[in-house]
Design a binder for this molecule. Structure first.
Ligand code: CMC
Length: 429
């Protein structure tokens, strides 16, 4: 059987054979379907890209119905099982294959070498208001990095791309920690290259002057696992922003800042912050039924639930839920865990959520761990952004090297006024 789709246009009676490749038709093949010669041709209308593949990618695989997530073919459950470091996973995502010991050592050295930021970046951060949102500081400072590295504009030079990738992965935790220290009026702690990626970040955040790093191995491990789980998630809103902005050939700092801005919204990476806000607002388990009733009446959403792609339990949420118990053994249990567990239990039995296939997503339990680790609520989206930079950069590089790609430029269906004559203001009624 040929891999084609036969379309009959009932306006003209003509039929067209359109090729099918990877269970997909090319939207531009529809353009040959015309009523007359001067006709623009048929387009597809797909707000929010509900059924449009805009890239061919080899990085991350998701099966939303089965709840499967793999980076470069490796199941997320194996990558987050505790024997793999975040930088190892970052290497895998960016380069396509797991590193050998020597490659990993070299990769670690390259990242470590770039963890410091220029002192002017520190000064720039000092000028933010005392109550600036850390995600706003993070986004602005990532964008500002482009003013320090003019070589970043040479996006078709592989060495230049590699340098910017090292810099962004290395400096993101430093910038994030500086944003936290700034908000708290604390002196900035500089990177310690002897520590792991997550360990160095925790130390820059929480060290209060001791020469010993501020670390607990269980907590450091938990953060590393969270970083692994957030490293990539194929064509989500922020990654699409990265690709779309990057498609204009702007430098990766500007594109990463745009991606981070997209991540900040409460429907995307800002959901973890919103979940804790919701749990704070519910307050006690006895108020859950009223809250669920309001959600079902359309007065707000159950934050941390639902996903565009997963119509099953988000595999990351399963791992995080288990991880939360390990963390609470060290930090003591947070009473909000009970509220979250009860919310989940009730929602998963409720017809409203069952019918719409709404399950906990990655953000439902992650905020509880962040809180237990001592991060303030408004900082949670930053914790999502740090590891996701790996995914953004990997997807950006794939985009830059993809000969199928051009500048992103969707079409529209214009439904506004037809041409009319301008009337000067004193003649308008
Ligand atoms: N609570 C209550 N109802 C919901 C929820 C929710 N969290 N999510 C979806 N629905 C309902 C929605 O009202 C709609 O119902 P109806 O068909 O009666 O109009 C139906 O489910 C489909 O929802 P949708 O908004 O059309 O679905 P979407 O694919 O456009 O949105 C989503 C996906 C993640 C934006 C949405 O589920 C949501 O707003 N969830 C809460 C925010 C959240 O947790 N975001 C984090 C996403 S995962 C991390 C990430 O990648 O950023």
């Amino acid at each position: 059987m040929p891999d084609t789709l036969t379309i009959k246009d009932n306006r003209t009676g003509k039929t067209y054979d359109i090729s099918i490749e990877h269970d997909t038709i090319r939207a531009t093949d529809l353009r040959q379907i015309k009523v007359h010669d001067g006709d623009f041709g048929l387009m597809s209308y797909d707000p929010a890209f509900m059924n449009t593949a805009s890239v061919k990618s080899t990085i991350t695989y998701i099966d939303g119905d089965k709840g499967i997530l793999r980076y470069r073919g490796y199941p997320i459950e194996q990558l987050s099982a505790g024997t793999t470091s975040f930088l190892e996973v970052a290497y895998l995502i960016l380069k396509g294959e797991a590193p050998t010991k020597t490659q990993l050592e070299e990769w670690r050295l390259q990242i470590k070498q770039h963890t410091l930021v220029h002192e002017n970046i520190r000064k720039l951060m000092e000028s933010f208001r005392y109550d600036a949102h850390p995600m706003g500081m993070f986004i602005s400072t990532i964008a500002a990095l482009s003013t320090f590295y003019s070589d970043a504009r040479d996006i078709f030079d592989g060495h230049s791309r590699e340098r910017q990738i090292h810099r962004l992965i290395a400096k993101a935790p430093t910038i994030a920690a500086f944003a936290y220290r700034h908000s708290n009026g604390l002196p900035y702690v500089y990177p310690d290259v002897e520590l792991s990626y997550a360990g160095n970040f925790l130390n820059m955040m929480f060290n209060t002057g001791s020469s010993k790093p501020a670390l607990h191995s269980v907590l450091e491990h938990a953060l590393a696992v969270l970083f692994i789980l957030h490293a990539d998630h194929e064509q989500n809103c922020s990654t699409s922003a990265m690709r779309s902005v990057g498609s204009s050939h702007v430098d990766p700092y500007a594109a990463c800042a745009a991606a981070a801005a997209a991540l900040w919204g409460p429907l995307h990476g800002g959901a973890n912050e919103a979940v804790l806000g919701m749990l704070d607002q519910i307050g006690t388990a006895s108020k859950i039924p009223d809250f669920i009733k309001e959600v079902k009446e359309g007065k707000g959403r159950l934050m941390g639930f639902g996903h565009r792609v997963y119509k099953n339990y988000d595999p990351r949420a399963k791992i995080i839920k288990k991880l939360a118990h390990d963390v609470f053994e060290v930090t003591g249990k947070n009473p909000q865990l009970d509220i979250a567990l009860e919310l989940e239990r009730i929602a998963l039995e409720d017809e409203y959520f069952v019918k719409r296939k709404l399950y906990p997503n990655v953000d439902f339990y992650s905020g509880l761990i962040y809180r237990a680790l001592g991060f303030p609520r408004e900082f949670y989206p930053v914790l999502f952004a740090i590891p996701r930079i790996v995914g953004w950069l990997s997807q950006w590089e794939e985009h830059v090297l993809d000969s199928d790609q051009k500048i992103s430029r969707p079409r529209q269906i214009y439904l506004g006024r037809p041409e009319r004559n301008w009337i000067p203001i004193d003649q308008r009624t």
